[in-house]
Design a protein around this ligand. Sequence first.
Ligand code: GTP
Ligand code: MG
Length: 431
Amino acid sequence: MQENNDKVIEKALLVGLNITSTARRIDDIDINESMDELKELAKAAGAEVVGSLIQNKQTRDAALFIGKGKVDEIRAYCDSLEATLVVFNDELSGAQIRNIEEIVGVKVIDRTTLILDIFAQRALSREGKLQVELAQLKYRLPRLYGMGGAMSRTGAGIGTRGPGEQKLEVDKRHILNKAADIRRELRDVKKNRETQRTQRLKSNIPIVALVGYTNAGKSTLLNELIKTHKDYEQAKEVLAKDMLFATLDVTLRKALLPNKKEFLVVDTVGFVSKLPHDLVEAFKATLEEVQYADLIIHVIDATNDSYELQKNTTEKVLKELKADQKPTILVYNKIDRLELDIYPKNQGDAVYISAKKGINMDKLIHMIEEALMENTYSVTLSLPYERGDIFSKVKDKYNVDNFEYGESGITVDVNLDEEDYNIYKEYILDK
Ligand SMILES: Nc1nc2c(ncn2[C@@H]2O[C@H](COP(=O)(O)OP(=O)(O)OP(=O)(O)O)[C@@H](O)[C@H]2O)c(=O)[nH]1
Ligand SMILES: [Mg+2]
């Protein structure tokens, strides 16, 4: 194990179980793809992957998950590869972790612990940190027995980190108290967020949420969309990186439609298959922003071999968030890396783009405009000068910059929503 300034680079051996009988779950993704993803997750957590093995088996083993013979094999692998960490592709019980650790002699963690560890390292906002910590505590509680083992949580590194660098609790009573504290604090944070949201909803700016599998290109797309805004500056861009879970915190930024109306773009945490259930629960709160969106842009990495599965995973979460009935645009991204004629042309609510190379961005932006303007009325208002109050209201609310001072008043081109259309009907200029 190399160590510098407390940063431990662990050498990880990955282990996957391929269930070959009917015990296999229908939504289990292909084992090779799942292991590739596990490798990316291990890298994202800061580990160096030194090896990977798959066990084909009819059923899961209650005590050792993959069976005694394979565990002995893992031990030999660990010795020869000098692995310091074994990562299982599935969620293990506390007893299984302890039993396997006893045989292989190095730290054993599962996919859930790995994902929680990445989240623990990346969460930036107060709320994000609290949610990750709560998810970690919930995960640990039923496993305390298994993790009391000799080498389990005494060392540093993956699986021992909590947000804010404190060591995770190992005492049940402490955990329960801590979880209660966090829940209380989260309630306060939530109130705060609700206040902000109420203000936002009052301001009437439509909200467009970017959702999709991790690494699909959501943040890259956000950075492209905000370039349309007059107040755009590079400092407003968000981190876009070839790394799973680059984005953990919800970010809102302003952008402009061709008709000059403002909208807010929301960047969200990416989804992944087998996302730990506690984390889904925790991040549902963050993903609440999606529930308030007027439009959802589902970003899909069209170059990924499992993009269909990734799309399904995302759609399942959207359903859980009760956001599956919202107007949605499917964006197939990264087409700069595809042969030009292998993807269907744009059809219905889908569009093929490259966020990075700016291909078909104009098409996408027009689709966004159409979707957001669906229930609006494009009118010209003729406002007498004594109704300057209406003018300033409309100007602020709709970000109007197309108006003219005439002899009898001000004429304004604007897209009114239904409510305002009825209020200002008498001032509408007949075409
Ligand atoms: N070739 C190509 N690469 C792209 C495109 N869009 C994004 N990428 C790359 O894909 C990687 C992931 O992009 P992000 O924008 O960080 O993806 P994300 O969906 O925000 O990912 P998470 O925040 O981790 O969930 C980065 O390396 C991007 O440069 C594209 O249109 N073409
Ligand atoms: Mg991102």
